[in-house]
Design a protein around this ligand. Structure first.
Ligand SMILES: Cc1cc2nc3c(=O)[nH]c(=O)nc-3n(C[C@H](O)[C@H](O)[C@H](O)COP(=O)(O)O)c2cc1C
Length: 126
């Protein structure tokens, strides 16, 4: 039987709760892109994860400007925490600063984005 556990690191204080992942727990790690990087707060919270050669699928979400070094930074962070990166992707979401007057990636993810995400998920399924 397959079991899925969600670890939500968005609430404040979650960095204080340690999570140990075993090597047979495929882990999907996601983070937003701020200034082409992983936000410092996200890094602090992700450091609550400890892995033991655990396979990790790494995903960053950006607002259609550029994700620059964010995916590489997430890989380096995950590797330092004991994960083994097996796949990575960057997906587009509407930019946080998008407004009706200055639209940036409005409506993203759209159906084509979601189809790409489904294809990526199917490719990385173990
Ligand atoms: C402070 C800040 C910096 C951002 N920098 C980038 C960036 O460098 N490139 C980009 O494409 N999107 C950038 N974005 C857009 C976010 O990556 C995008 O909107 C993402 O979906 C935000 O996820 P969140 O709502 O979980 O924070 C930035 C957003 C914020 C708030």
């Amino acid at each position: 039987m397959k079991r899925v556990e969600h670890i939500d690191l968005t609430p404040p204080g979650t960095e204080d709760v340690r999570h140990d992942l075993t090597r047979d727990e495929l882990t999907i790690i996601t983070a937003p892109v701020y200034g082409g990087r992983i936000p410092v707060t996200a890094i602090e919270r992700l450091k609550s994860l400890r892995a033991d050669g655990t396979p990790a699928v790494l995903v960053v979400v950006y607002g259609n400007r550029a994700y620059e070094d964010a995916l590489l930074e997430l890989k380096d962070l995950a590797t330092g925490l004991g994960f083994k990166a097996v796949a990575g992707a960057a997906f587009i979401g509407e930019h946080s600063y998008s407004t009706p007057d200055t639209p940036i990636a409005t409506g993203r993810p759209d159906e084509a984005d979601l189809e790409k995400a489904r294809t990526f998920g199917a490719c990385t399924r173990t």
